[in-house]
Design a protein around this ligand. Structure first.
Ligand code: RIB
Ligand code: CA
Length: 332
């Protein structure tokens, strides 16, 4: 059922870190573009509910040089060269990075005619840009990590006095059920489990878009046709990106289309009614064994540790996809 305006306002106000009514939520996207990260950036830039302060980049889907270049190219395509970009960590805090070029291609964002970057990344490191923007913000900032959480962990450790200026963390990562990198763990968490443990243990309210909900966020052939049907360059570019992103997912999972995991971490901030969430304690396994990087959801409170997350468990896929395609339609 479509929420009324009053229900929408109430749902947005009930989110952790919500800004005063009628104001946009300041966000910093920390990402590893990546096809689904690219759509997360687009959705954030298209949403009046959000004020995108910056995009910071991390190694993950591809090397840091690629993920940074891709963030610049996507923002150039969207006409948002006003959004500062700063590169962060090339590699996890401790672990050797796993690079899987199959899903996102050699560039990290293969498959479409993206413009060259029309501007350069800032010279300061991601954590420095995060700190300066959080200090300057008149209201608490929401961090939206959609890659390995190395930068966010380093920021929290380097600037402990700014922790209370972070109103919420809406992250893509983890899974209550099976993983996608091992049987136990989802990629963003598995890649840097120590960083994820720091984030989940920081005492900042978390909105978690894990595989339980993001594997429902499939871009089906009809959705790609809708993107093409927009008749715009942005529509065509993202249709092409989704066609590329589908190749490996179809081969590996037999799915009709790819899951745009990261866009769910943004969607929950602008249309929380599309994601059913359950509150629970979530902790991260940092052991080296079979369960490295597993996010353990303790919904019954057996651990005695305080609830730290709202975990997405169900997606209204049709409404979510309408939100995404309507966002793409706002760009030329
Ligand atoms: O496991 C999915 C996550 O890993 C997504 O963020 C995707 O972009 C990759 O980074
Ligand atoms: Ca990502």
């Amino acid at each position: 059922m479509t929420p009324t305006d009053a229900e929408r306002a109430a749902a947005l106000a009930a989110l952790p870190g919500a800004p005063p009514p009628g104001t946009s939520r300041p966000v910093i996207l920390d990402c590893d573009p990546g096809h689904d990260d690219a759509l997360a950036i687009l959705l954030a830039c298209a949403s009046p509910e959000l004020d995108v302060l910056a995009v910071t980049t991390v190694g993950g889907n591809s090397g840091l040089a690629n993920t940074t270049r891709n963030a610049l190219r996507v923002l150039t395509l969207l006409g948002r060269t006003d959004v500062p970009v700063a590169a962060g960590s090339e590699r996890p805090l401790l672990r050797e990075p796993l690079v899987q070029p199959d899903f996102h291609g050699e560039s990290g964002l293969d498959g479409a005619d993206l413009p060259d970057a029309g501007f350069a990344a800032r010279s300061e490191a991601a954590v420095e840009l995060m700190a300066s923007l959080v200090r300057a913000s008149r209201m608490p900032v929401t961090l939206v990590p959609t890659g390995p959480m190395t930068n966010v962990a380093l920021f929290l450790r380097a600037f402990p006095s700014l922790r209370d200026r972070i109103g919420a963390i809406s992250l893509m990562g983890g899974s209550l059920g099976a993983g996608n990198t091992t049987a136990s763990a989802e990629f963003n968490i598995w890649q840097d489990p120590e960083a994820a443990a720091i984030v989940f243990g920081a005492g900042i309210p978390i909105l978690m878009a894990g595989l339980d909900v993001t594997h429902q966020a499939l871009v089906l052939p009809g959705d790609v046709d809708r993107l093409d049907g927009l008749g715009t360059r942005t529509g065509r570019v993202f249709a092409d990106l989704m066609r590329f992103f589908a190749i490996h997912h179809r081969a590996r999972y037999g799915w009709e289309g790819p899951p745009i995991h990261d866009a769910v971490a943004v969607a929950v901030l602008v249309a929380p009614w599309v994601v059913t969430r359950r509150a629970m304690r979530v902790d991260v396994e940092i052991d080296d064994g079979l369960t490295r990087g597993r996010t353990v959801g303790d919904e019954e409170g057996r651990s005695g540790r305080p609830v730290n997350a709202e975990v997405g468990v169900e997606l209204d896929r049709a409404r979510f996809m309408d939100l995404v395609i309507d966002a793409v339609a706002t760009f030329a």
